[in-house]
Structure formats: C-alpha cells, structure tokens
Design a protein around this ligand. Structure first.
Ligand code: TRP
Length: 331
C-alpha cells in the first residue's frame, strides 16, 4: 500500500472551511487507499512560536479533535507528533548536508514569515529541510497539502532525488496533492480564508456562529437592489454552496444562481440556504467531535501510539540512510 504523510503546525486549535477543502478533504477521501500518516508539526510551530510554547499542548489536542471529527479513522490513520519522532531530526541533518544554502534563502515561505515580523533564525531557514525529513522518514509517496505548502513538497522531491542519485535508492519520490479548491475566499470576500484574517468559518463554530457569519457575508458589491442582476462568479456565497452542498442541494443551488443573475432573488434568501447547507455539512463533524471530547484519554493514547509507530519507521529509515551512505560502521 502506498503511503501518505501530511501534517499541520499546532499554532491554532481549530481548522476552518478553507483548510477543509484545501487539504483535509483529501486526507479523508484517501484514508482507505493509502497507509496514511498525519503529523502534528510542533517543532515547526516553534519556529514562529518559540516564545509562546504554553499553548502548544492545547493546540495539539485541538488538532487531534479536528482530525477525528472530520472522520479520519484512527484504525486506518497513524497520528503522530513531530517532537516524538527523533529519527526525523537526524535524517533532516543529513539532508541539510545536501542542501544548497541559496535554495533555503529563496523559499517563498521564508520571506513571508520574515515580513510578518518573525525573528530571522536558523530554524526558519531550516524549515523545508525538516519538512522534507518528515515526508521522507516514513517514505511517503503522496503529500496532500494546501497550495502554500507545494514548494516545500517540491523541495522534498529534489532532495530525495539528490540523495538517491548520490547513495542509491532509499527514498520514494513524493508527490504533492492539492485540494479541489486550493484557495477558498473568506467571508469578507478577500482572496483567502485565514485564521488571523477574521474571515473564517471554523469547523468548531456553532450553528448560531455560522448563521451570524453567513448573514453578514460579502456577496456582490455592485448589486444595490434585489432587482439588480447579480454576479454569481467569484461570489463567495455561491463558491461555498458549490463547495459544501451535497448532490441533493445542487438543483436548488443551480436555481438560485439563475435567479440571482437575473435579479429575482435576494441575498438574504440565498444566505439562509447557505446557512442550512453549511450546518448540514458541519453537524456530523460536531457530533463526532463531541464524542471524542468526552474521551480525552483515548485521544491522547491514539497520538502516543501513533508517534511510537512513526518513530520505529523513522529509525528504520535512518538506518537505511546510514547504510546507503556507508556511515553505519559501528552500528
Ligand atoms: N509545513 C506544514 C504547514 O505549515 C506542516 C508540515 C510539517 C507538513 N511537516 C509536514 C505538511 C510534512 C506536510 C508534510 O502546514
């Protein structure tokens, strides 16, 4: 069975709809076909949060609840914590030896993080190297991520190819997989839904939260009266309807699109429909989350056991790496 490895930084405790369509949905969809590893990247979180370590534990539990609530099945998926997989950091060091400094200096994510005011540390430069090791330690074939992470997966590919060429075939060459809707707009109509942009609907939002957010959503600023023909294309209300409506919702969505573009239905009516669609999507997620919230020991155990399994895999790969490089002399 081919393997998936993907993950998230525990800089926050909940996922939003943009995370869902950008990457989480793929993980749920592929869990039957792939041996899936999901990594909580706490070491990576430290690169921007080294002075705020107190929230990490809470955020890690929040992400675990998020994964389990969307239907990732702990019988099929290995959940693991980066700081507990010690073979990975050693693999990362070896990969760093093969990495040109200029490549790390040019990574787009670095500039973004520095522009956001983060300290210019080696940890930030090293970020893609550790991420490549995360991916290569379990010998992952596929990496379902959001669009912003694609360059990092490509770096992991390049370094795997370089290693294999130098020392022999140890690593499969990983492929990125981006979600169907790589960038979901925010409720404010801005290009991207983001945790810190105040334009997100979270998987943990209550039905009332969802209603409040949707009813004040940005729609079509050129439409002043109901009878004005409205724009469907690029209108976040319709983008969300397409993304989260079920097959049963499709005829109604199509109908509203038509009426909207002719100026025959008001924003309020379409938004009410969207509230229903989103709450139908979120209800089973809320229900599963509530079940796991009642079993905190089980959630911790799932992460602990998964981390142990991932550590064994990483140690195995590390040994293969050393053998391939002929630095296994005294092992
Ligand atoms: N960098 C990813 C993010 O910020 C998290 C991550 C760390 C990751 N290691 C990974 C994702 C390995 C995929 C594979 O979202």
């Amino acid at each position: 069975m081919k393997r998936i490895l993907t993950g998230d930084r525990p800089t926050n405790e909940s996922f939003h709809l943009g995370n869902y369509v950008g990457s989480l949905a793929n993980r749920v969809k592929l869990q039957d076909e792939y041996d899936s590893y999901i990594l909580i990247a706490d070491l990576h979180a430290l690169t921007t949060h080294f002075d705020k370590t107190t929230d990490l534990e809470k955020n890690i539990r929040g992400l675990m609840l998020g994964y389990l609530s969307i239907g990732l099945d702990p019988e099929k998926v290995t959940f693991c914590l980066q700081s507990g997989i010690n073979g990975t950091t050693e693999i990362a060091y070896i990969l760093s030896i093969l990495t040109q400094r200029s490549v790390l200096e040019r990574q787009p994510a670095l500039k973004e993080k520095l522009d956001q005011g983060n300290q210019d540390t080696l940890g930030l430069y090293y970020y893609p190297v550790l991420m490549a090791a995360d991916i290569l330690a379990p010998k992952a074939n596929l990496v379902p991520v959001g669009k912003d992470q694609k360059a990092h997966v490509e770096f992991a590919r390049d370094i795997a190819i370089k290693f294999n060429n130098l020392y022999g075939n140890v690593f499969p060459i990983p492929e990125p997989l981006i979600g169907e809707i790589p960038t979901l707009p925010g409720t404010d109509g801005q290009g991207k839904m983001g945790k810190s942009l105040n334009n997100a609907i979270f998987l943990t939002d209550t039905p009332e939260d969802v209603e409040k957010k949707v009813m004040s959503m940005y729609t079509d600023p050129t439409r002043l009266k109901v009878t004005d023909p409205g724009h469907v294309e690029g209108n976040p209300v319709f983008i969300y309807l397409d993304a989260f409506g079920t097959d049963d919702d499709k005829p109604q969505t199509t109908n509203y699109k038509l009426l909207y573009s002719k100026g025959q239905v008001g924003d309020v009516e379409v938004k009410k429909f969207l509230v229903k669609v989103l709450n139908n999507f979120l209800d089973p997620i809320r229900k599963r989350r509530a079940e796991y919230e009642n079993k905190p020991e089980l959630v911790d155990k799932i992460l602990k056991e998964g981390t142990e399994k991932a550590r064994i895999e990483a140690q195995k790969t590390l040994l293969e790496v050393k053998k391939a490089m002929k630095i296994d002399y005294f092992i």
